[in-house]
Write a protein that binds this ligand. Structure first.
Ligand code: 7PJ
Length: 300
C-alpha cells in the first residue's frame, strides 16, 4: 500500500525518536519495562546488586533484556524503561540509583534489539546518559518541568512524551480538582510544548499525554477518555496509558492482575478516540486487539 503523503509532501503521521522515525499511520504499542526493585519477581535483585556492582546485576539486566525481547516479538514498537516508581508513597530515588538501574538495561536493549527505547525519567542527567546509551525517547510524567530538562532533550535528537499531572505522585490523588478539566490540561500541555520549543525541541519530536490517573478522580479519567479527541487539535500524536490502572479496577472490581480485559477495552477505546501510542503491560493481547481496529478500517 502506498504511504499516504500530506500536501507538503512530507511523510504521514510520525514522530522522530533519535535516529529512528516512528511511523504513526497506525497505532503503536509501547511496552512497559519497570526496573525498580519491586518490579521483578525475584524480589529486587536488580537494585540490591546495582549499588554493589555485584554479579547478580548482570543476571537482572539479562532478565530485563529477555522481557524486552518478548515484548518486541509480541509487537511493541517502543520499550519504556523506568527506574523510578511513581506509585503514591513510593520511596524517592537518587539520580545515581536511577542511572544504575536504567542505563545498563537501555544499553543492552539497544545492542540486542531493533526497537525504540524510551527512558521514563524526570532527571536531566538520566536523559543525557540514556541518549548516550541509545535511548530514542524520553517519557517524562513531569513533562520536562525539572530545571534543565528541555535543554537536556534538545541537545539530543530524542523524542519526548509530555504528560499532564496535577500535583506530584506523593499527593496527586488527595483531592484532584479542576474548574475546566480539558481546558486546564490542554493549557498545561501547550505551555510545556512552548517551553520545549524555546529550548530547541522541534514539534516533530513531541507527543502529548493527558496522564490518566495522575491527579484525577475516576470521573475525571473517564471524561478525559470521552473527550480525548479535543486534544488532537493541537496537532501532536497522543499517547495514552491506561493499562491495569485503578480507573479500570474501579469498574471491573478486580485487583491489578485481573484487569487485562478491562485494559484491552480501554486501549481499544483510546485508539478509537485518537490515541496513536498505547502504553501497556500486556503487549501481545493489546497488539491483537488493535489489529482488529485496523482490519475494520482497512478491509474493503
Ligand atoms: C503513565 C506513564 C502514563 C505516560 C505511568 C502506571 C503508572 N507515562 N507512566 N503515561 N503511567 N506517558 O503505569 O500505572 O499514563 S506509571
Amino acid at each position: 500500500m502506498l504511504q499516504q503523503q500530506s500536501a507538503s509532501g512530507s511523510p504521514g503521521p510520525h514522530m522522530i525518536c533519535g535516529p529512528r522515525r516512528l511511523d504513526l499511520s497506525s497505532p503503536r504499542v509501547m511496552g512497559i519495562l519497570n526496573v525498580t526493585p519491586d518490579s521483578f519477581s525475584d524480589g529486587g535483585a536488580l537494585s540490591a546488586s546495582a549499588e554493589k556492582g555485584a554479579g547478580v546485576f548482570s543476571v537482572s539486566v539479562d532478565k530485563a533484556l529477555r522481557r524486552a525481547e518478548r515484548m518486541c516479538q509480541d509487537g511493541a514498537c517502543i520499550i519504556d524503561v523506568g527506574g523510578e516508581s511513581t506509585r503514591p508513597g513510593a520511596a524517592a530515588v537518587t539520580e545515581q540509583q536511577e542511572l544504575d538501574r536504567v542505563i545498563p538495561v537501555i544499553e543492552a536493549i539497544n545492542r540486542e534489539l531493533d526497537v525504540i527505547v524510551s527512558v521514563d525519567t524526570s532527571a536531566p542527567a538520566v536523559m543525557r546518559e540514556a541518549a548516550l546509551a541509545g535511548a530514542g525517547m524520553v517519557n517524562d510524567i513531569r513533562a520536562l518541568r525539572r530545571e534543565g530538562a528541555p535543554e537536556a532533550v534538545a541537545a539530543t535528537s530524542m523524542g519526548v512524551c509530555l504528560m499532564h499531572m496535577q500535583g506530584e505522585p506523593g499527593n496527586m490523588q488527595q483531592a484532584p480538582a479542576y474548574d475546566d478539566l480539558i481546558a486546564e490540561i490542554s493549557a498545561f500541555l501547550l505551555q510545556r510544548v512552548a517551553d520545549c520549543e524555546r529550548a530547541g525541541i522541534t514539534r516533530d519530536h513531541i507527543c502529548l499525554d493527558p496522564g490518566f490517573g495522575f491527579g484525577k478522580t475516576l470521573a475525571h479519567n473517564y471524561r478525559l477518555l470521552r473527550e480525548m479527541p479535543q486534544f488532537l487539535s493541537a496537532g501532536f500524536p497522543l499517547l495514552a496509558g491506561l493499562s491495569r490502572k485503578s480507573m479500570i479496577g474501579a469498574v471491573v472490581n478486580r485487583q491489578v492482575d485481573g484487569r487485562l480485559a478491562g485494559s484491552i477495552a480501554a486501549a481499544v477505546l483510546a485508539v478509537t478516540q485518537g490515541a496513536s501510542i498505547i502504553r501497556v503491560h500486556d503487549v501481545a493481547e493489546t497488539v491483537d486487539a488493535l489489529g482488529i481496529i485496523q482490519a475494520m478500517q482497512s478491509q474493503s
